[in-house]
Design a protein around this ligand. Sequence first.
Ligand code: UD1
Ligand code: CA
Length: 465
Amino acid sequence: MAAPCPHILALILAAGKGTRMRSAQPKVMLDLGGAPLLAHVLAAAGAVADAVRVIHGPDMPSVVALAEAAGASLACQHNQRGTGDAVRAALPLPEGTERVLVLSGDVPLLEAPALEAFLAAVPVDAVGVMTTTLADPTGFGRMLRDDAGAVVGIIEEKDATEAERALREINAGVYCFPAGPLPRWLNALTADNAQGEFYLTDLIALARADGVACLAQHEADAESLRGANTRAQLADLEATLQHRRRAALMAAGVTLRAPETVMIRGTLKAGQDCIIDAGCVFEGIVILGENVKVGAHCVIKNAELQDGAQVAPLTHIEGAVVGPEAQLGPFARLREGTVLGRGTRIGNFVETKKATLGDYSKANHLAYLGDATLGERVNVGAGTITCNYDGIGKHPTVLGNDVFVGSNSTLVAPLTVGDGAFLGAGSTITKDVDAETLAVGRGRQRSIAGWQSPKARAQQIKDED
Ligand code: UD1
Ligand code: CA
């Protein structure tokens, strides 16, 4: 197959170690809103560019794996000698590349529409740089303009004069370059500066010397251009991202009782008139139908809750499908592979795993249902346990429609119970039970009249002495 000819190639700079994060992981792998920083940048880049290339450092297998999974190509920068050197590591460019968009792996809030607008605003043969104005520009490169306002260069803070440091228009670290002259400019870079690095920012002056126009695209929304160099900055970005996600949910007709306390670490889709109470955390892909109510402090991961389902506080749900009008919690735990039918009920201190409950079945208190298939209208009494594990393998429990399981029953799998069967409270059921049958598996009660308590017996011995 012929290699595709990308017109726009996005380069994501991700070779930096991120020393200030004090992490054993590469900085771009730290989590933001349920995904690594780099995943956010890959998504935006993938939406606007024909091809994406990630520049990583040596010994970054997690970065390589994430980039490959996103369909990006890779380039390794063996020694981190600056942002210019990092872009140089991406050479040679794929054949057919017309423009190169440069992004930072640690600037994750910039979304595709802003990048599209940037690329549209800059002519294909010009150099573009995104800028913004900050009240406190500390740490950023400052934009240098001539008297007519044209961009003439970027000066890094460490190389800047006092007057230059007073400038508040900063380089956001997002650029586009014409692919033709880019390799020549990169090879002309020197490390003749305060940090002894090859600065990508020096390309502006080099391009101008070549007679190429440089345009600054000033972004009013400085929030999107923020990077994460420290954990505190990462927390700020998280707050911004969560704020955006909550706002989108509310705009779509969802009530958040305490928006600032709800965390969406992935994708949450919710239908009209859902109500989410304080302190809930959503992870992975969560889908709520209409009129779903989620009580306070629930954690819900990779799950679907259908129309009218109600979840009482402090319920934990992972990998489950919850049918319409189901009622869960408080203090319920639904684990991977739980499928609940319409109007089902899972109450306090009930744990389910790979359990299917037919419509209107319920386990209201203190139970464990694992590797279990329950028909419709099954009642599971308090304290019921499926013994699904024999120390080696897992075994299934199958309960038909309208089965009644008395409290404190022990269901030793593999086990099949037919429709309408009734299991007496406190039973240990080890053998299959036919439909419409009463099964009792427990010691018979004996009531012993004239029984003497140990205390009474001791007294009697004493009296006889
Ligand atoms: C850079 C800019 C600065 C700008 C700021 C915006 C330069 C010289 N300066 O500074 O003008 O205001 O971004 O955030 O470009 N990286 C590599 N290899 C390297 C060095 C860096 O891949 O050898 C990567 C980092 O992982 C990071 C990005 O390039 O993703 C930016 O590097 P960083 O060191 O954070 O640059 P700043 O000092 O923030
Ligand atoms: Ca940075």
